[in-house]
Design a protein around this ligand. Structure first.
Ligand code: OAA
Ligand code: MG
Length: 215
């Protein structure tokens, strides 16, 4: 059975602007959820912030991916669940070329990717579980577009903020993204004078609070 919902509204450009200035691992210092596990990028350095367009594949049938990429919008991020089949690639050279041509800013694939040299040549960033020549097929059996999906242990809803850089990926509710970005910026800005102080002899354990546990 095929399910095809329209894409959620694109995220506020101010969210893209604000999160583009901070790091995913700064958020990782503050919370433990929303980080898909076990995925690595095809290129580094990388940075993208975009609107989740989700696809759930049933198994080897990637019909839904090919339909979804045709409709990607500037600023979208394709997020694909493969129903636990982590061994196959649904995302290769032609699919990534289509995504890039439509203006998508990245992809998060809970499976493998292929045509790695072609894709990297486009400079298109894709997080995945690895690289494989074993691909999916266009079988026309089933698939779902813009439904909640599970990727690396995290539920991603259509329209969620996908915040990715060289350190990893964080999935954020758009309603909290601007406030969160401000918190991350304050935390990162606080490190600037601290670097100068450490270079002048101050201790990181005093800055982080670790020292007080060893009094
Ligand atoms: O077509 C696919 O599903 C994967 C692929 O090889 C491509 O995107 O070129
Ligand atoms: Mg190919």
């Amino acid at each position: 059975m095929f399910i095809r919902h329209p894409s959620a509204p694109s995220i506020d450009p101010r969210i893209v602007e604000a999160l583009s200035q901070v790091c995913t691992s700064t958020l990782g210092h503050l919370r433990d959820y929303g980080f898909p596990r076990g995925l690595t990028p095809n290129v580094r350095p990388l940075k993208f912030v975009g609107t989740a367009v989700t696809v759930r594949l049933p198994h080897l049938d990637s019909t839904a991916v090919h339909v979804a990429v045709d409709d990607l919008r500037p600023g979208d991020v394709l997020v694909v669940e493969q129903s636990g089949d982590e061994q196959r690639s649904c995302f290769g050279g032609l699919v990534s070329f289509t995504a890039k041509t439509r203006g998508a800013v990245g992809a998060v694939i809970d499976g493998q990717i292929n045509d790695i040299e072609e894709m990297s040549g486009y400079g298109f960033p894709a997080y995945s579980r690895g690289i494989s020549a074993l691909t999916t097929r266009i079988a026309g059996i089933e698939g779902a577009i813009n439904v909640p999906v599970s990727v690396g242990g995290v539920v991603v809803k259509p329209g969620d903020v996908v915040f990715a850089d060289s350190d990893g990926i964080a999935i954020i509710d758009p309603a909290e993204a601007l406030d969160l970005a401000a918190v991350l910026k304050r935390k990162e800005d606080a490190e600037i004078p601290t670097r100068e102080k450490i270079a002048a002899g101050a201790r990181i354990s005093d800055f982080s609070g670790a020292a007080k546990h060893y009094l």
